[in-house]
Structures are given as structure tokens and as C-alpha cells.
Design a protein around this ligand. Sequence first.
Ligand SMILES: NC(=O)c1ccc[n+]([C@@H]2O[C@H](COP(=O)([O-])OP(=O)(O)OC[C@H]3O[C@@H](n4cnc5c(N)ncnc54)[C@H](OP(=O)(O)O)[C@@H]3O)[C@@H](O)[C@H]2O)c1
Length: 323
Amino acid sequence: MISTPPRSRVLLTGATGFLGRALAAELEARGAEVHALVRASSHTTGLRATCHVVDLLDVARLEPLVAHVDYVIHAAGGGRDPDPAGLWRSNTMTTEALVRAIRDVAARPRSFVFVSSVAACGPLGGSGLVTAYGRAKRAGEAALETLPDETPWTVLRPPGIIGPGDARMLPLFRAARAGVVPFPRGQRALSFVYVDCCARAIADAALLDPPRGGIYYPTDGRIWSPSQVAEALGEAVGTRPRVLRVPRSALKAAATLAELTHRRSSRPLFLTRDKARELVQEDWSCDPSSLQRELGWQPEVDLVEGARRTAAALVDAGLLAPA
Ligand SMILES: NC(=O)c1ccc[n+]([C@@H]2O[C@H](COP(=O)([O-])OP(=O)(O)OC[C@H]3O[C@@H](n4cnc5c(N)ncnc54)[C@H](OP(=O)(O)O)[C@@H]3O)[C@@H](O)[C@H]2O)c1
């Protein structure tokens, strides 16, 4: 593990999210002073970081904040917005604004880490980017190239992140409990990373001195087939589910329906048409070896254990019936 230089100040976006909370805790455990940039609507309960309410597109407000810190970690964003303009705003424009703010100030951070996604490189063996989310993340990555030399940057491209504190996998756990886990026809390889392992990788990349820069893929080190994923989920909920192969057209139709019904609901949206375009790809596996080699990072929790911990947390939260 890479230790924190004394009295380091880290500016963190997305600290109120699933990954961001784990990241804030990881940085604090390493002795960093964490400054979280949050929205007025963000739920900050339980967050120990110093919170600053700021619009991430407001460059003038960002300038004094980036000038005050040693490191910037931009983890805000995500792929849940069904509107491509929203994906662009939270993943690309926020990154561009942070980069501009750093360019505008004299006292610059020692490094910038951008939490991107495997979606930004497209599926393995595919013909490029397949989602609006992937394009937005890739454009965010491109903005980093205009950072001044004093602020070297690193990109982390996680695959699916699993762990307590997130209900996105809930429909799959419920399906595993019912004995049948649906996967799109043709999908054959996936990678996963446990949330705390991912947070450790990001903290390592940010705090490495001198920074190395580069693009890294934090994963649990294994490539999972749909039947192995179903087995892991089943083990976590006490069943031996089978895999049901769903035609791609059915998944796309389900996503369209989910978007339409979501307009009248305040509940989180799990499946969008953009997400469906991602899910129907064959191979989303990725390779963590450069992260292991260059930063000495190692995954500690694999999908099986991660699924077990996630299911236990969902049961504790009353979202999943006990086994
Ligand atoms: N979860 C995964 O499987 C996965 C995989 C690969 C990459 N990633 C990336 O990892 C990062 C964290 O994902 P997550 O799963 O933790 O997502 P999450 O739980 O939905 O949290 C998203 C965080 O970003 C903030 N945010 C989103 N849009 C924003 C905007 N326009 N302005 C300011 N803050 C904004 C949210 O603030 P509020 O609390 O105010 O909503 C929240 O703190 C994202 O960049 C995502 O793209 C996630």
C-alpha cells in the first residue's frame, strides 16, 4: 500500500456515492485530509470529510478549491442517467471544468486521478465504443491531456464494482434466489472488482510519489463466465441457480420499458437502453496486471466473497430476504 505524505489534502468528487464513500474512508485511514465536493442535494450523512457544496461545472468556484489541495480524485459521475446529455454533463463536462480550474491557478495539485470505466475502451475484440456512457468517459479522459505538466494524471477504468452499499446488483441476487439468473445471449466474459479493492487502487494511483500516470484496470484478477457469475451469486444467497439466456431484443425492450416507467418514479433506474447496449456485448473482461506490476496493488476480495458480503448487506438493509 502506498502511504500518504504527511498532512496531504485530497479533493474528492463523488464522495457521497457507492465507490466515493469507500474511497473517502480509505483516504482518511491513510491520514489524508479529505475535501469532498458535493451537491446541495447530496446525502452527506456519515461522511467524515469536509464537505464543500459546489456545482462541478462552476470553474470560478472550483479554482480556490483545487489550489488548496495536493491531490484531486474525480470519482463523480456514472452511467445511470438515461439521457446522453446528462451522461455528458456528469462524466465529461465535470472533468473539463476541473481541468480548466487547475490550468487557471498557480498552485497546482501534484496529481489528478479520474475514475473512468472499462466502458471508455469498449468491449474486448469489439469495434470501439458502444455506449453514450463510454463516449462520455472517453471524452473526460481526453480532457486530462490538457492538464499542465505539474499535474500528472492517471485514469482508472473499473469494470463492474461490487460491494455493500450498492443495490444495483439486487435484481440479480433476487433472480439467483429464485433459481434463474438472466444473461444476454452471447455474453461470455466479465470482470469485477470489490469496492474496497477499487478504492485502494485509486488511492494508490493518486498518492504514488512521484506519480506514474497511465491507464489502469482494477479487477479481482479473474475473468468470469455468466455461469460462474450465477454460481457466485447463488452461493451468496444459498441457491444453485441456472443461467437463462435472454435474447438481445428482449433486453433492449425491457430497457425501453424501464426508462418509460421510470419517468413516473423516484426509484433508482437499474437498466437503461445505453446499459442494455453495454450488456449485450460479448467480452468485457480486462486485465489488472499493469496495476499490480507498476503500483504493487493486489486485489484481496474476489467476486465470490464480494457477492457474499453484498448479499449479507442487502439482507441487513431489508432489501433481500434472508436465506
Ligand atoms: N459502480 C460501478 O460498477 C462502476 C463501474 C465503473 C466505473 N464507475 C465509475 O465510478 C464512479 C462512481 O460510481 P458509483 O457507482 O459510486 O456511482 P454512484 O453511487 O451513483 O455515485 C455517484 C457520485 O457522483 C456524484 N455525481 C454524479 N453526477 C454528478 C454531477 N453532475 N455533479 C456532481 N456530482 C455528481 C453523486 O452525487 P450525489 O450524491 O449528489 O448524487 C455521487 O456522489 C463514477 O464515475 C462511475 O462512472 C462505476
